[in-house]
Design a protein. Structure first.
Length: 519
């Protein structure tokens, strides 16, 4: 196999990019030298093809249709995939939806974007393999936002995902399809992804349970990245017990993900959730309330929910973590510059780190993202333009400063968690809003897509585990309460969430399980 060779004009463009001056003779000479250097690229192509290139299994799949079979617009592809001989039965009979930024081999993957449409992965993501090994049935891919960069649910190229509580409203993003399908009763469990809140946001808006695990606890291998220092995958479920069970299946090192420490032992998170909260200390973080966009009803619902822990023996106190407001800005720089550098210019995976790459996906996306650049969502365009400025014109220095501030932000939560077992705040400042029309102006578009992430995004950059559980209803729509814990103490976070679920008598569900599509 021979890789493409650059001519003198391409050499000239490369030289210009690096500020190198070459005359015509030098361009010709370097073209020959580069041709020789690319001989190693030819060898690597052949070695890869004959040694490690995977072959996708044949798996039946059906593109999701509209109308009665997909009233929420939440399905991208329907499947029925099970392991012939699962290694255990923990998830036997459970129907699972996979967010469509996570690879299921042999099944089309769009990642919500024309820039990846038509790509068929050759490998299962680690979490998919683990779910199948535990007896689950993969029943389809759930629609996600365009390249997952939105907290609402109107940017997918396939169309908006609708909230089962009110189909005129957003389901949340970027894992909107996953949360909507769980809330609507179409699946038992779902995989979501979270870089700025994308598991917890739709879980809050749709009234289900969403757990962002400790950074590195669950392998991200096989999921389309945004920025490897903030990438997470985790469970979206109806109950905390199911989230704990699902986490028990998918957690632990796979040896392929550079985000993970070398060894993380799998744990049984389900076994300890009935331990109660007697004697636990719960800190209610003042800076999580009273944002410019906060609804008074949401704030009061979460305050009331937090106080209820005293009924079952916990100590609940109001605390202050000023860094919580600042940590959002640290996240914003990292997600913007890092996303432009890795997700866009790095074709998803970037370079300079170990782990398992998906070169087929990288090559496919590299061509399509340029071909379909104008079709990208306005939020992705904002990341591209702002991030390019940050990297090319500011030299990436702001990213470096933000990375150097992360330990301070992380330490602020860690300090509070030395006194308190968990921290509590609203998952989101408001309940689900109406989906915008097709003629929405760009400023409103961006505000609606990203305006809800003030509380969720900081925990992606610090890596603490964070669980969203339904806390009640405001104006007939779900409110989420976020429970935050120490690194790798996901078990305590889930135990507190389960205790609240039992205290509340279970979580509410949409009024009906079938929804009429709103035009």
């Amino acid at each position: 196999m021979t890789v493409q060779r650059p001519g003198p004009d391409v050499i000239g463009s490369a030289a210009e990019h690096f500020g190198i001056t070459l005359d015509a003779s030098a361009r010709d000479e370097f073209a020959g030298l580069v041709d020789g250097a690319l001989g190693s690229y030819d060898v690597v192509d052949d070695l890869y093809a004959h040694s490690v290139a995977p072959v996708a299994p044949q798996r039946d799949h059906t593109p999701a249709q509209g109308g009665e079979s997909n009233p929420l617009g939440a399905w991208y592809v329907n499947t029925s995939i099970s392991a012939e001989t699962p290694s255990d039965t923990r998830l036997a009979g459970r129907r699972v939806a996979i967010k469509d930024n996570v690879a299921v081999a042999g099944v089309p993957m769009m990642n919500g974007s024309r820039s990846l449409e038509g790509f068929v992965p050759l490998r299962d993501a680690t979490v998919v393999s683990r779910l199948l090994d535990a007896g689950a049935e993969i029943v389809g891919k759930a629609v996600c936002e365009d390249l997952c960069f939105s907290g609402s649910s109107f940017t997918p190229a396939s169309g908006p995902v609708r909230n089962p509580w009110d189909p005129s409203r957003e389901a949340g993003g970027s894992s909107g399809g996953s949360a909507a399908l769980v809330a609507n009763g179409d699946v038992d469990l779902a995989i979501g992804g979270d870089q700025g809140g994308s598991i917890r946001i739709p879980s809050s808006f749709c009234g289900v349970v969403g757990h962002k695990p400790t950074f590195g606890l669950v392998p991200y291998t096989g999921a389309f990245p945004i920025e490897r220092t903030i990438d997470h995958v985790g469970p979206i479920t109806r109950t905390v017990a199911d989230a704990a069970l699902m986490l028990s299946v998918i957690a632990g090192s796979d040896g392929l993900d550079p985000r993970q420490p070398e060894s993380i032992a799998a744990a049984d998170y389900a076994s300890g959730i009935d331990g109660g909260v007697e004697g636990l200390r719960i800190g209610v973080v003042a800076e999580g309330f009273g944002h410019d966009t906060s609804q008074l009803g949401v704030d009061s619902t979460v305050q009331d929910a937090a106080r209820r822990f005293t009924e079952i023996g916990a100590v609940v106190e109001q605390i202050s973590i000023p860094w919580h407001r600042d940590a959002f800005h640290v996240w914003n720089v990292i997600a913007t510059d890092g996303g432009a550098y890795q997700m866009l210019d790095g074709n998803g995976y970037g370079m300079n780190v170990g782990g398992l790459y998906d070169p087929e996906q990288m090559a496919y996306f590299a061509k399509r993202r340029i071909q379909y650049a104008d079709a990208l969502s306005e939020t992705v365009k904002l990341v591209a333009l702002c991030g390019y400025h940050g990297v090319a014109n500011l030299g990436g220095a702001s990213y470096g400063k933000a990375r150097n501030l992360v330990p301070l932000a992380r330490a602020a939560y860690d300090t509070a968690l030395q006194t308190y077992d968990v921290l509590v705040m609203p998952t989101l400042p408001y309940v689900a809003t109406e989906l915008p029309g097709p003629d929405v102006d760009r400023t409103t578009y961006v505000s609606k897509a990203l305006g809800m992430i003030a509380n969720t995004a900081p925990l992606d950059v610090t890596g603490h585990p964070a669980l969203s559980v339904p806390a009640g209803l405001v104006d007939g729509l779900p409110v989420g309460m976020m429970i935050i814990g120490k690194h790798f103490d996901d078990g305590t976070v889930l135990r507190v969430g389960h205790s609240f679920e039992q205290l509340a008598g279970g979580f509410p569900a949409p009024r009906t399980s079938s929804v009429v599509t709103v035009s």
